[in-house]
Design a protein around this ligand. Structure first.
Ligand code: GRF
Length: 191
């Protein structure tokens, strides 16, 4: 079966993007990363992607509508099948989400439906939860609300800070996202 063509949308560091690029090097991986887009020109993930031989550029438009038109055109031009959001810090419009529905996924640093939105690690600690982790989900109109594809859990440890917790969750994110993308690309996970 032909490998699915995947674009990764980032805003910064791009460590999850790098994990996807690395996983897709395996000949039997069901997807290939064909494009990386960033809404920020200074995203270090753009440099990482290019170093790995993946075409990567920033979208120039400042307005949301302009940015989405540009992204949509770039995705279509590159023949993209699946869009993976990886630390992409702009909320996409309902129209964009509808157009890519079932083919648009996101990684979120909490065990959804717990802690949608920002500052998940600090909020998890404040809530006193004993398990935390990360989720990959299909993107729907509501922020961090779509059906969960896969999750990984870790224990919250005594003395954890938002930073130590974030670092341990990130290790799990790098394992989870390649697995979840493979599930979507192979058709094992459906919205
Ligand atoms: C990750 O924790 C991801 O779950 C969240 O933003 C962070 C992005 O990190 N949405 P990176 O850019 O993938 O390194």
């Amino acid at each position: 079966m032909a490998r699915k063509r995947v674009a990764v949308l980032i805003s910064g560091r791009g460590s999850n993007m790098a994990a996807l690029i690395e996983a897709a090097k395996a000949p039997d991986y069901p997807a290939e990363i064909v494009l990386v887009l960033s809404n920020r020109a200074d995203a270090t993930g753009l440099v990482t992607a290019r170093a790995a031989g993946v075409p990567a550029h920033a979208v120039g438009s400042k307005s949301k509508a302009g940015m989405e038109t540009e992204i949509d055109r770039d995705l279509t031009d590159a023949g993209v099948d699946i869009v993976a959001l990886a630390g992409f810090m702009r909320i996409l419009s309902a129209e964009f989400v509808r157009r890519w529905r079932g083919r648009l996924i996101n990684i979120h640093p909490s065990l959804l439906p717990a802690f949608p939105g920002l500052d998940t690690h600090a909020r998890a600690l404040a809530a006193g939860v004993v398990r935390h982790g990360c989720s990959v989900h299909f993107v729907t109109e509501g922020v961090d609300e779509g059906p969960v594809i896969a999750q990984r859990e870790i224990p919250v440890l005594r003395g954890d800070t938002p930073e130590t917790l974030a670092a341990r969750v990130l290790i799990e994110e790098h394992k989870l996202y390649p697995r979840a993308l493979a599930m979507v690309a192979s058709g094992t996970a459906r919205p």
